[in-house]
Design a protein around this ligand. Structure first.
Ligand SMILES: [Zn+2]
Length: 245
């Protein structure tokens, strides 16, 4: 996507949300930054890779959104805006198909640049927004590249609005988050212990008279542990998203 489109979408959403101009500029700067200064992934300094602008970049985008949220909760608005803008760049680029050739892709970007940002999609995105890590993850996953200019722009606008609104929403945890966490932690411990005990019994039985076929049943404690761990992690993330941990 061209810088003009990145800036236009981001500005339209910031204006609707009443983001002060100074911060709007920071988010817009962030939204064009990855084309000058790409986000790199990977641990090794020699093998770090550029995050794909028009391919799957879900994980890197989600990490940037988490950084934005953490900075926002810390009161570090400058970094919050920068990380949010950088994440928006990948979200908006992802809406645009790579097309059959680079030439076609450039034509598509130019046609998108000529269109006005659809205000209805700004409103829709804000209306559908929820402030939670599951929501931003689902948005990032749901994006599908389009080779039709208006559809690509509408999608980029909708998800930009939903995500900016989600990240810049004030901390508002569910009132019972601490109780939910406490219960989930107890369930997780019980599941862990019962799964470990039942797995041990199954292994002993399988090694004895019951035969190795019994090992198939190990899937039950494994699935139980995975489900309870997932629920617990999801609550921890929700608490972190709202600054409770
Ligand atoms: Zn780009």
């Amino acid at each position: 996507m061209k810088w003009k489109s990145h800036a236009a979408i981001t500005r339209a959403v910031c204006k609707e949300l009443g983001v002060p101009e100074h911060y709007e500029e920071m988010i817009v700067d962030g939204a064009v930054e990855p084309d000058r200064n790409p986000v790199l992934v990977g641990r090794s300094t020699t093998k770090r890779l550029r995050v794909a602008h028009h391919g799957r970049s879900d994980r890197a985008t989600t990490v940037l959104l988490w950084k934005a949220r953490a900075a926002y909760l810390d009161g570090d608005d400058e970094h919050a805006c920068r990380h949010l803008g950088r994440a928006l760049h990948y979200i908006q680029d992802r809406c645009v198909s790579r097309c059959l050739s680079w030439h076609r892709h450039c034509l598509l970007e130019e046609r998108i640049m000529e269109l006005a940002v659809p205000h209805g999609q700004v409103i829709n995105g804000i209306r559908h927004s929820k402030s939670s890590p599951d929501f931003i993850r689902s948005c990032v996953k749901a994006i599908r590249p389009s080779s039709e200019p208006f559809s690509a722009l509408a999608q980029a606008t909708f998800y930009s609005a939903a995500i900016i609104s989600s990240v810049l929403d004030g901390p508002d945890p569910p009132p019972s988050i601490e109780e939910m966490l406490r219960r989930s932690s107890i369930i997780r411990t019980i599941t862990l212990v019962t799964s470990a005990v039942s797995a041990t019994i199954l292994i002993f039985l399988a090694l004895g008279s019951a035969g190795p076929l019994l090992l198939v049943l190990l899937i039950i404690p494994a699935v139980s542990m995975a489900i309870s761990e997932r629920r617990y992690r999801s609550l921890i993330e929700l608490a972190e998203w709202h600054g409770c941990l």
